[in-house]
Design a binder for this molecule. Structure first.
Ligand code: ADP
Ligand code: MG
Length: 695
């Protein structure tokens, strides 16, 4: 039986009471217990001389002989025990205020002991309640005289008297009894190249370390292994996609592409051209495209998507684009319709708030194949939406969708469609490797010519009226501006300024005669559309809003972005918001209002924005500050579930693991030569990929 199937009660010293407590901490099997890792290790291996103790010493460990014990009855009916030790350099008294009766029976005068504790001075050196272990055999030294692992303890564990000492004992038992049965999932060749110990040695070095160096190497191996397994999944998935039968192969770039290309109001940047070429090659090849397009905000991903769809439509197949917000879907629809004017291509918009009669009509267009391009929100993955020959699926702002939703859209095709996912939140490279490691990656690494970098400044309440004056002067020059608030309406006693109040105040005050409008998530969808189009055609000069405009919105004439309470936003979010300006040829400005705070970290974080416009650097910083969970807002279904490896701190290991995993599968695609690893992968990740040896 596998260790992942053996109940912990099979381990010596684990009875029903401990079993229940351990279960409450999520430990059910022998394997669970062996992979329950210490939170830290105390070095009790280095022995000290009693004669060297200094005032204010931290925990120290001594090896000393028990000279004499003396027990006294104490007030609370307990027995207090004093024990005098000597190591030849000095004397040390150990004192137990409880449990003295028991201890006086087991401590033997004249024997040698290892003791650890924090010495204090009280008529001589003294340690209260030391950790003590008899030194007759080195194997006995579980709790002191060595490096001591300390385990994470939950309240439930503590209440059942399970402490680190118990863990050391029962994990030690588990290693003795079952260590030989551990499954080795790292191929020998890899362990050899990377110089990693086998799994049994590694777990021993973690739970019963004898030296810091081997303990660290063992931890590294476990972290590496975690990445290695994930990367095997990524690589296998990638191979699976490449092996899919491909129905939608374009013969050439088609008649539409050329016409569209000639109509474009600008020349493509070299970076855009390169990416269009990569996509073209993918669409033409007999392997299904599975590509991620990364490019900073404003780098011009939309037109690349449109060109890909034009190639597809020119070959008679449909494309679908999914955008995260109605505002964005609407905008894509308008841009695409304008650019494709006069071309023979049907463009259809599908959103959730559409009237049923309109929706039915559009669904019919899509099903009939009259729409070459279908644009929508998640509404396009809903039931009732049927395509005729969906050959290309594009997901805009991928980070806003769960991985599941990508799958749903793919299922709308009768075959395996080509997939292009686009992300403007540049995510740290390490993260994209582990989240999207199964995709090919294209990068737009430069902005269209003529863009001036946005100037960014942090301002406080005191300077706000000056800032507003500046916005007014920009508007008078013919430009437009955004003011973004963290909230729609004020809630309770919060000091946060909210969009509704801000809007009222500005409308009655400084911007009385200026076209000003309010936009937020609670405004009805058709009203939202109307406001956006009036802002686009510059009837509205100042848009007061919440983060509904965070992604994608493109109004090149807007040059000022004022973000109220910028301390309330993540850096990547600020970067996205800032990306709403600087899209045209005018100098643009981003002003980050900082609410009253004396939190140095917060101020420091916001100020990162002043130092760089580089989305990759910002996302790295953001990710390091907030960690993967918060970085994505709510829990993303695609986040890798890492137990001990860390995406930032261990990124070197990730890279090694990736290289090794890809090399291994290249030479042994179904792990035929590594049955233990293959079985493990199938058991652990079988819901994602399977490694099957059909031969
Ligand atoms: P994002 O990558 O953030 O989605 P968009 O596709 O919205 O960026 O493009 C930002 C702006 O840049 C749009 O107004 C678009 O028309 C414009 N644009 C895109 N490519 C070019 C180019 N090669 N030259 C000039 N402007 C461009
Ligand atoms: Mg975009």
């Amino acid at each position: 039986m596998k260790l992942s199937e053996r109940d912990i009660s099979e381990i010596r010293d684990v009875g029903q009471v401990r079993k229940k407590a351990l279960n409450s901490a999520g430990i059910f099997t022998v394997e669970d217990l062996l992979y329950y890792f210490p939170r830290k290790w105390l070095d009790r291996k280095t022995l000290n001389n009693i004669g060297d103790i200094l005032m204010g010493a931290k925990e120290m460990t001594f090896s000393a002989q028990l000279i004499k014990t003396k027990a006294f009855p104490s007030k609370n009916g307990q027995t207090r025990l004093n024990a005098a030790f000597s190591d030849g350099t000095g004397m040390l008294t150990c004192v137990w205020f409880q449990g003295g009766e028991y201890l006086s029976k087991i401590l033997v005068e004249g024997e040698d002991y290892i003791l650890s504790g924090t010495p204090k001075y009280f008529r001589g050196w003294q340690i209260d309640h030391p950790v003590i272990e008899r030194m007759d055999k080195e194997e006995n030294l579980r709790n002191t005289g060595r490096i001591i692992p300390l385990y994470p303890l939950t309240a439930a564990l503590v209440s059942k008297n399970i402490d680190s000492r118990t863990f050391r004992k029962i994990i030690g038992n588990a290693l003795d009894e079952f260590g030989k049965e551990l499954t080795e999932t790292l191929p020998f060749s890899i362990r050899q190249i990377r110089n990693y110990p086998d799994i049994e040695t590694s777990l021993n070095d973690i739970h019963r370390p004898t030296a810091d160096s081997t303990r660290k190497l063992a931890i590294q191996r476990i972290k590496y292994e975690e990445f290695f397994h994930l990367q095997l999944v990524m690589c296998r998935r990638r191979m699976n996609v490449k092996a899919l039968p491909k129905k939608y192969i374009i013969k050439n770039s088609g008649p539409l592409l050329k016409k569209l290309y000639e109509k474009l109001p600008f020349d493509l940047t070299d970076a855009q051209k390169k990416v269009v070429r990569e996509i073209y090659d993918d669409l033409k090849s007999d392997k299904v495209m599975n590509r991620m397009l990364q490019g900073d905000v404003g780098s011009g991903k939309t037109v690349v998507a449109l060109l890909a769809m034009a190639m597809t439509a020119g070959n008679g197949f449909q494309s679908a684009v999914m955008a995260p917000t109605e505002i964005l879907a609407e905008q894509h629809y308008k841009v695409f319709s304008a650019m494709c004017e006069g071309l023979d291509i049907g463009i259809t918009l599908l959103t959730g708030s559409m009237k049923k009669s309109v929706r039915d009509e559009r669904l019919f267009e899509v099903a009939e194949g009259r729409s070459g391009i279908v644009i929508g929100t998640h509404a396009i993955i809903q039931e009732g939406v049927e395509f005729r020959n969906l050959g290309l699926v594009i997901i805009d702002e991928q980070h806003r969708f769960g991985v599941l939703q990508r799958g749903e859209l793919v299922k709308k095709s009768d075959s395996s469609p080509n997939i292009l996912v686009m992300s403007a939140t540049p995510i740290p490279r390490t993260l994209s490797l582990s989240l999207y490691g199964d995709l090919d990656i294209s990068i737009i690494d430069s902005l269209p010519r003529g863009r001036k970098p946005v100037r960014t400044a942090v301002r406080t309440d005191k300077e706000l009226s000056k800032v507003l004056g500046f916005i007014k002067s920009e508007i008078e020059k013919g430009r437009q501006a955004y003011i973004v608030y963290p909230l729609i309406e004020k809630t309770g006693k919060s000091d946060l300024k909210a969009a509704v109040d801000g809007y009222e105040e500005l409308k009655e005050g400084l911007f009385k005669d200026t076209g000003i409008a309010l936009l937020h998530g609670k405004i009805k969808s058709d009203e939202k559309d109307e406001i956006m189009s009036r802002f686009k055609n510059a009837e509205i000069k100042l848009l007061v809003s919440t983060t509904v405009i965070e992604v994608g919105v493109d109004v090149p004439n807007a040059t000022v972005m004022l973000i109220m309470h910028s301390e309330r936003f993540g850096l990547s979010q600020l970067h996205q918001l800032r990306g709403r300006v600087g899209r045209g040829s005018h100098q643009s400005f981003c002003i980050l209002h900082l609410g009253e705070t004396d939190n140095e970290d917060t101020i420091h974080r916001v100020r990162v924005m002043e130092t760089t416009n580089d989305g990759f650097r910002i996302s790295e910083a953001d990710f390091e500050i907030r960690g993967p969970g918060e970085f994505f807002g709510e829990k993303q279904s695609g986040m890798p579930d890492l137990k001990i490896a860390h995406l930032v701190y261990d990124k070197e290991l990730l890279k090694q693991a990736r290289d090794d995993a890809f090399a291994l599968l290249n030479s042994d695609p179904v792990l035929a030569g590594h049955p233990e690893l293959r079985d493990f992968m199938n058991a652990e990740f079988g819901d994602k990929v399977k490694f099957l040896n059909y031969s």
